[in-house]
Design a protein around this ligand. Structure first.
Ligand code: SAH
Length: 251
């Protein structure tokens, strides 16, 4: 007797939707999402689509209508609750657009809870296209099968970030002029954490002094070489996830 194929298939497309999901309400997707399902993934009646709402978690839904401009989906099975997200914030100084896009995408894949962009004196960019950032983060979360979206905070000036810093959160400061080895600093510090990374031109002396003077700050080193901001943000986040995040084998 051939085994019945698993439902939903692993190849089922994944989408984040605005609507809170339940088994009692159908979900209508339109616009780009409908185009993706209908034209790219060419779904048809009865096909499975995985839906997430960043609230209840992940559902397997069935295509009940497939039009040119809309697809109607009926959630059938609750697969996973919204994941527990490691309490880590990445605070990257704004970089040139394509490099910052990379930070948004990789931070999402790596599992951060929040991305808090910072403006510093040497930033080339001073604003962020919020809609574009949302799209990048959502698509990255769909690709890596996260059931929770990282929050994207409004862009903050460095002095405001330091002034309003929550005192219980470690503020690890990636300092190319030296600091504690990142892996040591991360694995011995319990509790909520954040990593602050500078722009292409680094922090200026006054900024560095202000950061180091902050009671929550700990300067950390990411090795002997000068990394690009995006490299430091991605590498630093990966080290934190491995040392203190959810990459550990929970016994
Ligand atoms: N001041 C550097 C440029 C900044 S690099 C220069 O002289 O060219 C961009 C940011 O990445 C820095 O502000 C710092 O936050 C981080 N960074 C780069 N290399 C690092 C290292 N080896 N250790 C810790 N942080 C580093």
């Amino acid at each position: 007797m051939p085994a019945t194929p698993a439902w939903p298939p692993k190849s089922a497309p994944r989408l984040f939707v605005e609507q809170e999901l339940s088994a009692t309400a159908a979900v209508q997707v339109e616009g780009n999402q409908a185009h993706y399902l209908a034209k790219v993934m060419r779904v048809s009646l009865g096909d499975a689509v995985i839906l997430c709402d960043d609230i209840t978690g992940e559902w397997a839904a069935e295509v009940v209508e497939a039009g040119k401009r809309h697809v109607l989906l009926q959630p059938k099975q609750h697969l996973r609750p919204r994941e527990p997200v490691p309490d880590f914030w990445l605070c990257p100084a704004l970089l040139k657009k394509d490099r910052f896009d990379l930070v948004l995408e990789k931070a999402t894949e790596l599992g951060v809870a929040r991305i808090a962009p910072v403006v510093t004196r040497r930033c080339v960019a001073d604003k962020l296209n919020a809609d574009r950032a949302d799209t990048i983060v959502t698509e990255a979360a769909e690709q890596c099968a996260r059931t929770a979206l990282p929050e994207i905070a409004p862009v903050a000036k460095l002095d405001a970030l330091l002034r309003d810093w929550p005192q219980e959160r470690h503020l690890f400061f990636a300092d190319e002029e030296g600091g504690e080895p990142a892996a040591d600093a991360f694995c011995y510090a319990e509790g909520p954490a954040a990593l602050l990374v500078g722009p292409e031109g680094g922090f200026d002396d006054a900024e560095r002094t202000a950061i180091r003077a902050h009671p929550a700050s700990v300067a950390i080193s990411l090795g002997p070489r000068i990394l690009r901001g995006e490299t430091a943000a991605i590498a630093g986040t990966a080290i934190w996830m491995a040392e203190a995040g959810d990459w550990l084998d929970e016994d």
